[in-house]
Design a protein around this ligand. Structure first.
Ligand code: MN
Length: 235
């Protein structure tokens, strides 16, 4: 095999709870506006088919369960916002997957934070431009350990919440998803062939808002553990 001309980028991986093993990340998909109350707070009301955007694989930051990590406040934003989400980890490939078969493609679940430079996302949205600078920046995809289906099954109802410095900001239930996990996989796999290693951030409930340097976010999905993330000062 030929040698690389540069050092090859390190693979991205997320710890799997209870095993000491790692889940290798291939792609990171995200669903937009998948809780009705959040769609309303973002200025939208009609139920619409789910839509998707991506984050680069190396935007992933694994967060150990229970231990706090610190992330830098990102550059070029004055409105750095939290979005607590259920994350689905795909373990089996498929295209055009029927909703009835979709859960067979799931390896496990995790708690995630889709961090967002909201001012930039909205500016891009208003100009009809891609969201990347608002959504897909370095360190924008936080994730806790993945709980395998073999260990915890498929959650259909579970409290999802996030607080900032002890104040509850987001509080809902994954049963409130507009498009549930199976339906989301069915839609997404019509646009892209899903492969083992793909992650899907399934969308955030209402209550998104800004965090500032020095604040600590604690986010959780019942049964999947807790993320503790402190926001540092500059990039
Ligand atoms: Mn999101």
């Amino acid at each position: 095999m030929n040698a690389y001309v540069l050092p090859a980028p390190a693979a991205t991986a997320v710890p799997v709870s209870g095993s000491g093993l790692l889940f290798p990340v291939r792609r990171v998909y995200c669903v937009g506006r998948n809780y009705a109350a959040h769609a309303r707070e973002m200025g939208f009301s009609d139920r619409e088919p789910p839509f998707f955007f991506c984050k680069p694989t190396d935007a992933i930051v694994p967060v150990p369960d229970g231990a706090a990590i610190e992330i830098p406040y990102p550059a070029r934003t004055g409105d750095f916002q939290h979005e607590i989400e259920l994350v689905v980890a795909i373990g089996r490939a498929g295209s055009d997957i029927a909703a009835g078969d979709a859960l067979d493609h799931v390896f496990g679940y995790a708690v995630g934070l889709d961090m967002t430079r909201r001012d930039l996302q909205i500016r891009m949205r208003e100009q009809g431009r891609p969201w990347e600078i608002g959504k897909s920046f370095d360190g924008s995809a936080l994730i806790g350990p993945i709980r395998p289906v073999a260990l915890g099954g498929h959650p259909s109802r579970a409290r999802i919440r996030l607080d900032v410095d002890g104040q509850l900001r987001q509080d809902s239930d994954i049963g409130e998803l507009v498009w549930n996990v199976a339906e989301t996989i069915a839609h997404l796999s019509g646009w892209f062939e899903l492969r083992p290693g793909d992650l899907i951030y399934t969308g955030t409930p209402a209550g998104v808002g800004p965090v500032h340097a020095g604040q600590t976010m604690v986010g959780a999905v019942e049964g999947l553990g807790e993320l503790r993330v402190r926001v540092g000062s500059g990039p």
